[in-house]
Design a protein around this ligand. Structure first.
Ligand code: ADP
Ligand code: XUL
Length: 553
């Protein structure tokens, strides 16, 4: 077959091993989705008795997964593709996205099993419990390692040092503290662990037939990687557990081709023997890769919690929030902010002021002017992450930040519509202020990409456009993390093929040249936005200081 025709038949396979499911998509040479399949852990694999994809552990704050569940899910998802008559012999590259922070501890037997898979048998019959020395993999929901966080930060000289080195202070769910807990509580298992994988590198390992390298971006969620030098930090490794570097292996770029797919997949599923396995990464970095946005874009996910993602030139030293190595731009960083008081608070307000009806909520929101006559509110129903504050504060236009009234604020506003606008504007002012603190530069070029459950709400999106004084866009295809995995596979394959040829397109340029219309404009800011919201941003900061101060007393 002529080369061009051959190229046009190439496909790229992406996976997302998220908390609740394993999903696969196949993209054709034009990067259009041509097939997909998924396995839901709770319903498709009930024998593992997960709820929302996780098992609560025996002790407080513990959450785990039996890794064999993920192996079994891979057997099923591949079979589901085959049942749809997907031709896997066209797949030239594979990559994946996975929930961040979880850790798997390979036994000697497990590593041998990966290398000698028998194509006649299921994966899970060969990579079973005995492949791991710890058969309960701690996942990101686990919050049981506060002691180890404290120990690691103390050992390296404090929280500020940890933030400067690794981009995050120690978080209980991060992998370093989790590894330290295993080392302390199950020392023999730790000693027997030949290698340690993240969930993403475990996913790559299945296809590679050996333990795969961890990529820089997902590696940034461990409190172990020096994010500026992209190497493991010796001080952090020493603060975590002995002889750890050998167990982690070298960290690599997310565009690295780790090798060809193992013989098992060639024989059992007809993958071509030259099919490349590209390093897998975490779901958040993979989502940023899937959104194809540059440094002018702020991505806002309005899910259960509100999450902001952005590209940064330099890592800031924010005490909270996360800075990761960028998944696709080697000279940039990725900023990740997660806020607890997102949809849950909007939902509570919708219930109390609009009978739980989003249409009514929107009518009320739209009936009030931008700026809400100077009425503002902060609703941190749960302890917020940044700022560390809890409680509700309402100010009207008459309250002076340094007056006695500032602390108490106003008890309630005069109407449901004022309450609703004060909430939504307050939330978005909060998000904007913290994004600025993280180092995001707002300007004429700024654009917002909205995703997540509440991004269906046009009235909320209009408030976002106004408060951020930037147009708001949505993506045509959903599931950015999954797309990101398949796009990275395609780009890594392209880089590999063009090694000798110049010039090489950047990741974004290359993918966008094939999928130019992946976004749609949904809202534009009103002309007076900057005038209305700039003073309110300062007022938000004053209000936040009051709430923070209350907590301190
Ligand atoms: P997660 O991925 O965190 O499970 P989703 O991205 O599915 O969450 O978003 C769920 C949230 O979307 C719900 O908490 C709900 O409040 C919110 N939501 C759904 N529809 C609307 C709407 N029309 N307006 C505002 N919020 C909505
Ligand atoms: C990020 C985090 C989660 C997981 C699961 O720090 O803990 O978003 O990646 O999705």
């Amino acid at each position: 077959m002529p080369q061009q025709e051959q190229d046009s038949q190439q496909t790229f396979l992406g996976f997302d091993l998220s908390t609740q499911k394993l999903k696969a998509i196949l993209l054709n040479a034009e990067l259009k989705v041509i097939a997909s399949a998924e396995v839901k852990f709770d319903s498709d694999l009930p024998e593992f008795r997960t709820t929302g994809g996780a098992n609560p552990g025996p002790n407080k704050f513990e959450y785990f997964v039996q890794p064999v569940m993920w192996v079994k899910a891979m057997d099923i998802v591949l079979d589901r593709l085959v049942i749809q008559e997907v031709d896997l012999s066209t797949v030239v590259a594979i990559s994946g996205s996975a929930q961040q922070h979880g850790s798997l501890y390979w036994s000697k037997h497990g590593i041998a099993a990966l290398q000698t898979l028998d194509a006649e048998k299921f994966l899970h019959a060969q990579i079973d419990d005995s492949a791991f020395v710890v058969n309960r993999t701690p996942i990101w929901m686990d919050a049981s390692t506060l002691k180890q966080c404290f120990e690691m930060e103390t050992a390296i000289g404090g929280q500020t040092e940890m933030v400067q080195m690794t981009g995050s202070k120690c978080y209980a769910r991060f992998t370093g503290p989790q590894i330290r807990k295993i080392y302390q509580q199950r020392t023999h298992a730790y000693e027997d662990a030949q290698r340690i994988s993240l969930v993403s590198s475990f996913l790559a390992s299945l296809f590679l037939g050996k333990v795969a390298a961890i990529d820089y971006a997902d590696g940034s969620g461990m409190n172990l990687l020096d994010i500026r030098h992209k190497t493991w930090s010796k001080t952090c490794l020493n603060a975590c557990a002995p002889d750890l570097e050998d167990r982690l292996g070298e960290a690599v770029s997310g565009f690295s081709i780790l090798g060809n797919v193992s013989e098992y997949f060639v024989q059992r599923f007809c993958f071509p023997p030259t099919c490349k396995v590209v390093a897998c990464t975490g779901d958040n970095p993979s989502a940023l890769a899937g959104m194809l946005v540059d440094r002018n874009w702020l991505s806002i996910s309005l899910g259960t919690s509100d999450t902001l993602m952005m590209s940064l030139e330099e890592p800031p030293n924010l005490e909270e929030g996360h800075v990761l190595c960028h998944p696709t731009e080697s000279h940039e960083y990725m900023g990740l902010l997660c806020f607890r008081n997102g949809s849950m608070v909007r939902e509570a307000m919708n219930k109390s002021e609009a009978d739980g009806n989003w249409e009514k909520f929107n009518e009320l929101l739209d009936s009030t002017p931008r700026g809400n006559f100077g009425n503002m509110a902060l609703h941190f129903n749960e302890m917020e992450i940044i700022p560390k504050a809890k409680g509700t504060l309402r100010w009207n236009k008459d309250i002076h930040p340094s007056s006695n009234d500032a602390v108490k604020g106003v008890l309630k506003f005069s109407s449901p519509q004022i309450e609703i606008r004060a909430l939504v504007e307050g939330q978005m002012l909060h998000h904007r202020a913290i994004a600025e603190d993280m180092g995001f530069h707002f300007g004429n070029q700024t654009k917002i990409l909205a995703t997540g459950g509440a991004s269906v709400n046009q009235s909320i999106l209009q408030v976002i456009a106004d408060v951020f004084n930037a147009p708001v866009y949505k993506q045509n295809e959903s599931e950015a993390a999954l797309l990101g995995a398949a796009y990275r596979a395609a780009y890594a394959f392209y880089l590999n093929k063009n090694e000798q040829r110049e010039p090489i397109n950047s990741y974004r340029d290359y993918i966008l040249s094939k999928t130019p219309n992946h976004l749609k404009l949904v809202c534009e800011p009103n002309k007076d936005s900057e005038t209305v919201y700039t003073p309110m941003l300062q007022r938000y900061r004053d209000m936040a200081r009051v709430l923070e101060g209350q907590l301190a007393h």
